[in-house]
Design a protein. Structure first.
Lengths: 544, 206
C-alpha cells in the first residue's frame, strides 16, 4: 500500500534492476545444526562407549586421595581415576569410587590388588619419591584370575612383589618373628633371590608364619628339604681357629633377612610346591645340623627312678643321637608307679646317607613296620649313665640278644617303646653272676699248666740261642772267602773288557785288514766288468 | 503507529551501500553497487534457529571436555571451563573467576536463551515489549565477541608456557567446541533481522 508524499516523487526514484530468482538458502543453513548434532552425538557416543567399569576400593584412610584427580596406575601407566570418595555408613571404612579405562576392564580380576603409593624408604630401597611432588596415586597389581569383581579391599602397604614377577611363595614357620621386617631380603649363597612378603601370627598364637617370595629361576633351588635360617645381624664365633665374624651382607645387619641352603644331595630333588611350609631356624649352624623331617614321638616307661634324666636328654643308638626327651611324667597303673619319658625320635638319623633308598623302603615296609622289625630283633630302650660324676642319664636304644619278646604298643598315643631295666639296676645281678662264674674257674690247675708252659718256653728259647751262635761261628767265614773270590773274577773280566786291552787291539787290527781286502776285491771286480778279456790276456801295459 | 516505513512505501534499502530504491519485483539488485536487495534478511528466523540449534548442541561438549591440558612434572591436569573457574575461585582470584565465568559461561548461555526468545517471539509476530527486545538485540551484538575471552586466554597460555618437560600447556578439544559455540551464536545474531521485531506493528507485510 503505497502512499506518495509531496516531498518524494516516486517517479524521480531510479528503477531497480530485476535480478534472477533468489536462491533458496533454506536447506543449506540447516546443515549447520545437523553437523553440530552429528559432532555432539559422536562425542556422546565416544564418551559412553569409552567409559570403563566403575568399581569400589575400600581403604582405612583416604590420606592423599582426591576425587577426580587421583590416578590409578599399573606399571606407572594411568589405567583409571578416582571419581568420588565417601565413608561407609558406620564410618569405619573409606569407599573410593573409581573408574577404569575401557581397555583395562579385565584388569579387575578377583585377586587384583590396590594400594596407595606413598613415599617409602626401607633399608634396601627408596620407592615412590615421585609422589612427594605429584601427590599420592593408587598403585595396582593385576591378578591372574579370570573372574572379575567390582569391589576390592585396598592394601594398607604396598606389596613387595607384584603378580607379574615370576617366582613362588613359601611359608616359613618360626616360634618368633626374629629381627626382620616386610621387604627384608632372602639370600641364597649370599645372593638376594627374594623378599619377605608378609608375616602373621598363627591362629593359635603359638608361632609366626612368614610368607616369602623367591623369584624365578632361583625358586627351583628350593626343593623338598631346604634349610632356612635368620641371616639377621652378625655371627661372632670364638673357637680353636680364632675369632670368626660372619654376616650375609651389610644390609642384613641393618634390616635383617633370611638365608637358605639346600642339602648337598638335593640337586636332583624336585622343587617344592608353591606355598610349601618350612621351618625357620635361629641361625645357620642349627639349620644345617638339624636335618630331621620325620619326627616320631614315643613314650618310654621305666620302673626305676629317672633322677638324672632331664628334658632334652639324648636318645642314643650306639653313639648316634637319634632323639631327645621332651617330657617326664609319672604314671599310676594297677598299683604300680611308672615314670614315663616322652621323647621325639628322628628315624632318619639312622638312615644311611650313601644309599638312596634304605633297605626298609626297598622292602616296602612302613616306618612303623621297620621299628617293629627292630624290636623283634631285640631293640630295647634302657636307661644308661652318661656321666658318672653328674649322674646324668640318657635313654639308650640297643639290640639286646637276650631280651624277652616284646612289642611297641602302637595303640597308645604316643606309642610306647619296650624298655628293659637299666644298667645301674641290673649291675648287682651281673656282679653276682660274674662272681659265681669266677668261683667255678680252676685257678690251681691253670697255675700249674701255666708254669709248665713257661718252663717249656724257656727251654725252647735256649736252643734257639745255641742255633744262632752256631750260625755266627761256622757259616760266616766260608761266606766271606767266597765273596773275595767273586770280587777277583769280576776284576779280571773288567780288565779284559777295557778299551786298551790287547784283545781289543788285535780285534780292531784284524777288522781293518778285512776291510782293506774287501776294497781291493771290489777294484778287481770292477775292472773285470769293464775288461772281461783281462782274465785271458792279463792287464794291458800302461801306455806312455 | 502510522509513521511511514520503507517497506510500506514499497522501498528497499541496500544492505551494503544504504541506497534506497524501489524494487519492481520480488528479487532485484541494487542499481548502484549491485548487491542483492531484500526488504528483510531472507529466511532470517529459520537461519537463526538453525545456527542457534547448532550452537546449543556444541555448548554441551564445550563445557564437558577439557579446554586446557596442563602437563608438568607434577602430572597432567585437564581443566574444563568450569573446573578452571572453580580453581580460580578456590585460589582466591575471585574477580578473575567472576570475569571468566561471565565471559565464558554466562554470556554464551545468555546469548543462546535471548536469541531463542527473540526468534520465537518474532516468529509469533508478538507486539509486546518491542523496544526492550530491540535493546536486548543491541546488547547481544555488543557482548557477543567478549565470550571469546576464554579461548584467547588458552591460546596465549599455550604459546607462552612451553618449557619442555617441566611444563607444557595444550588446548583441549573443549576449546574448539567452545569457539564453535561463540562463532555460531555470533552468526545467529547476525542473521537475525531486528526489523522483523517491528513488522507486526508496522502494518507492512514484507
Amino acid at each position: 500500500m503505497a502512499e506518495p508524499t509531496p516531498e518524494l516523487e516516486p517517479a524521480e526514484l531510479p528503477q531497480a534492476r530485476i535480478a534472477g530468482p533468489r536462491r533458496s538458502m533454506f536447506s543449506l543453513v540447516w546443515i549447520v545444526p545437523l553437523l553440530a548434532a552429528l559432532i555432539g552425538g559422536w562425542l556422546a557416543w565416544k564418551a559412553i562407549s569409552e567409559q570403563g567399569p566403575a568399581f569400589i576400593i575400600r581403604f582405612k584412610t583416604a590420606e592423599g586421595l582426591e576425587a577426580g584427580k587421583t590416578k590409578i596406575k599399573y606399571k606407572s601407566v594411568d589405567v583409571g581415576i578416582v571419581e568420588a570418595i565417601e565413608l561407609t555408613r558406620d564410618r569405619s571404612t573409606v569407599l573410593v569410587h573409581a573408574r577404569m579405562e575401557k581397555y583395562a576392564e579385565d584388569y579387575l580380576a578377583e585377586d587384583s590388588r590396590f594400594w596407595v603409593v606413598r613415599p617409602r624408604i626401607t633399608g634396601t630401597s627408596v620407592q615412590g619419591l615421585g609422589t612427594l611432588l605429584s601427590g599420592a596415586y593408587i598403585g595396582m597389581d593385576v591378578g591372574k584370575k579370570r573372574k572379575t569383581t567390582r569391589d576390592f579391599t585396598g592394601l594398607e602397604q604396598q606389596p613387595v612383589v607384584t603378580a607379574d614377577v615370576p617366582g613362588r611363595n613359601f611359608v616359613l614357620k618360626s616360634p618368633t618373628l626374629g629381627s626382620f621386617s616386610v621387604g627384608a631380603p632372602v639370600y641364597f649363597r649370599k645372593i638376594v633371590v627374594g623378599e619377605v612378603e608378609s608375616y602373621a601370627l598363627d591362629a593359635d598364637g603359638k608361632g609366626v608364619s612368614i610368607r616369602i617370595f623367591v623369584r624365578a629361576p632361583h625358586d627351583q633351588y628350593i626343593n623338598k628339604e631346604p634349610r632356612f635360617w635368620e641371616a639377621s645381624g652378625i655371627d661372632l664365633k670364638l673357637d680353636a681357629s680364632g675369632v670368626r665374624l660372619e654376616t650375609e651382607s651389610f644390609a642384613s645387619i641393618v634390616i635383617g633377612g633370611i638365608a637358605f641352603q639346600t642339602r648337598g644331595d638335593g640337586a636332583t630333588a624336585e622343587p617344592a610346591a608353591e606355598n610349601a611350609e618350612f621351618r625357620l631356624f635361629r641361625n645357620r649352624d642349627t639349620a644345617l645340623a638339624y636335618r630331621d623331617l620325620v619326627v616320631m614321638p614315643f613314650t618310654f616307661r621305666f620302673k626305676e627312678s629317672l633322677r638324672g634324666l632331664t628334658i632334652g636328654a639324648p636318645v642314643d643308638f650306639r653313639g648316634i643321637i637319634v632323639g631327645e626327651v621332651t617330657d617326664i611324667r609319672p604314671q599310676f597303673e594297677n598299683d604300680e608307679v611308672y615314670i614315663v619319658a616322652f621323647a621325639n625320635v628322628y628315624p632318619e638319623r639312622t638312615a644311611s646317607r650313601q644309599i638312596g633308598e634304605s633297605e626298609r623302603v626297598k622292602q616296602g615296609l612302613t616306618r612303623e613296620q621297620g621299628f617293629d622289625a627292630l624290636v623283634e630283633s631285640g631293640m630295647r630302650a634302657q636307661l644308661r649313665t652318661g656321666n658318672l660324676i653328674t649322674g646324668q642319664l640318657y635313654i639308650a636304644l640297643d639290640i639286646l640278644k637276650d631280651a624277652k619278646p616284646d612289642r611297641i604298643a602302637w595303640r597308645e598315643s604316643p606309642p610306647r617303646f619296650p624298655t628293659v631295666t637299666g644298667t645301674f639296676t641290673g649291675i648287682e645281678e651281673n656282679i653276682a653272676q660274674i662272681t659265681k662264674k669266677l668261683a667255678a674257674v680252676p685257678f690251681d690247675a691253670i697255675g700249674k699248666d701255666l708254669r709248665r708252659a713257661l718252663e717249656t718256653l724257656d727251654r725252647t728259647l735256649t736252643s734257639v740261642e745255641q742255633l744262632a751262635r752256631q750260625v755266627g761261628n761256622d757259616v760266616a767265614p766260608e761266606l766271606r772267602a767266597s765273596l773275595v773270590a767273586l770280587r777277583r773274577s769280576l776284576a779280571e773280566v773288567d780288565r779284559v773288557m777295557a778299551e786298551d786291552a790287547p784283545l781289543q787291539q788285535d780285534a780292531r787290527a784284524a777288522l781293518r785288514e778285512v776291510a782293506r781286502s774287501a776294497a781291493s776285491l771290489r777294484v778287481l771286480v770292477e775292472y773285470l766288468e769293464r775288461h772281461p778279456d783281462a782274465l785271458l790276456r792279463g792287464k794291458p801295459e800302461e801306455k806312455p | 503507529m502510522n509513521a511511514p516505513t520503507a517497506a510500506r512505501l514499497g522501498l528497499v534499502a541496500c544492505q551494503v551501500c544504504e541506497l534506497v530504491s524501489r524494487p519492481p519485483a520480488a528479487a532485484c539488485a541494487c542499481p548502484r553497487c549491485g548487491a542483492r536487495l531484500h526488504s528483510r534478511k531472507p529466511d532470517s528466523i529459520a537461519r537463526t534457529w538453525a545456527l542457534l540449534l547448532a550452537a546449543a548442541i556444541l555448548y554441551v561438549p564445550a563445557n564437558l571436555e577439557p579446554v586446557m591440558i596442563t602437563r608438568s612434572i607434577f602430572g597432567t591436569q585437564r581443566d574444563t571451563i568450569l573446573s578452571g573457574v572453580a580453581y580460580l575461585w578456590h585460589s582466591g582470584s575471585w574477580p578473575l573467576a567472576v570475569l571468566v565465568f561471565v565471559a565464558s559461561v554466562l554470556v554464551p548461555l545468555l546469548k543462546l536463551l535471548a536469541l531463542s526468545y527473540l526468534a520465537a517471539s518474532t516468529q509469533r509476530r508478538s507486539r509486546v515489549r518491542q523496544r526492550q527486545k530491540t535493546r536486548l538485540y543491541r546488547l547481544l551484538e555488543f557482548i557477543g565477541r567478549w565470550s571469546m575471552l576464554d579461548v584467547f586466554v588458552v591460546m596465549v597460555l599455550v604459546a607462552l608456557v612451553k618449557m619442555g618437560a617441566l611444563a607444557n600447556i595444550q588446548a583441549g578439544p573443549g576449546a574448539m567446541w567452545f569457539g564453535g559455540v561463540v562463532v555460531l551464536t555470533m552468526f545467529a545474531s547476525m542473521s537475525f533481522d531486528p526489523r522483523l521485531i517491528w513488522d507486526p506493528s508496522g502494518g507492512a507485510d514484507g
